[in-house]
Design a protein around this ligand. Structure first.
Ligand code: MN
Length: 194
């Protein structure tokens, strides 16, 4: 059985970057829907008891879509913290790697935002690390995840309309810019170092 993750903060803790209303719908309705679907579709298939990442790499159709969205949202919701607790930028080995590759954290953020803003339709923009240590910013459509390309996902911004429409309406780029204020870089750095 798959479970809906608990948010590691109160639903009003990320406001005004992400409102309580958006979090209540996004976590309590959208993510819960994907979890419920997975629990409906997986029993009795070869995917029963399989780790989520393996299902995402092997499944097609409805099981892939719902497993991908559960994996994506689990990584998304657990990478945030209240604005006052956010360091607003990476530190340690991840900061060194980002600066080595993009020249500055600002240049990295700018490319990440641009790729999120230009992704056509619903999907996700990701920072991932390849097996050789190279960092990459990729766009993934729909429910896709960088694990499908053998990458380790570190940070993601959800660009499905449900992620921003209540707070920003059609202004996707505005939310992307604001989201940096609630990134928990400690969590992202730990994903990189692990
Ligand atoms: Mn979403």
């Amino acid at each position: 059985m798959f479970s809906l993750i608990d948010l590691p903060y109160a639903t009003d803790a990320l406001a005004p970057v992400i409102s309580a209303k958006t979090l209540e719908f996004h976590h309590g309705k959208h993510l819960k829907g994907y979890v419920d679907n997975l629990n409906k579709f997986v029993p009795g298939t070869e995917f029963e008891g399989m780790p989520l990442e393996e299902i995402v790499c092997r499944a097609k159709g409805a099981i892939f879509n719902n497993a991908g969205q559960v994996l994506n949202h689990n990584l998304y919701f657990t990478q945030f913290c209240p604005p006052a607790a956010s360091s607003k930028g990476p530190s340690g080995p991840l900061a060194d790697a980002i600066i080595a590759q993009w020249g500055s954290v600002e240049a990295f953020k700018s490319e990440f935002e641009a790729k999120g803003a230009s992704l056509f339709g619903s999907g996700w923009v990701w920072l991932s690390v390849a097996a050789d240590g190279t960092l990459l910013i990729t766009q993934e459509a729909g429910a896709s995840n960088p694990v499908l390309h053998g990458l380790k996902p570190l940070l993601t911004f959800d660009v499905w309309e449900h992620a921003y429409y209540l707070d920003y309406q059609n202004r996707r780029a505005d939310q992307l810019k604001e989201l940096w204020n609630v990134v928990n870089w400690k969590v992202v750095g730990e994903r990189y170092e692990k």
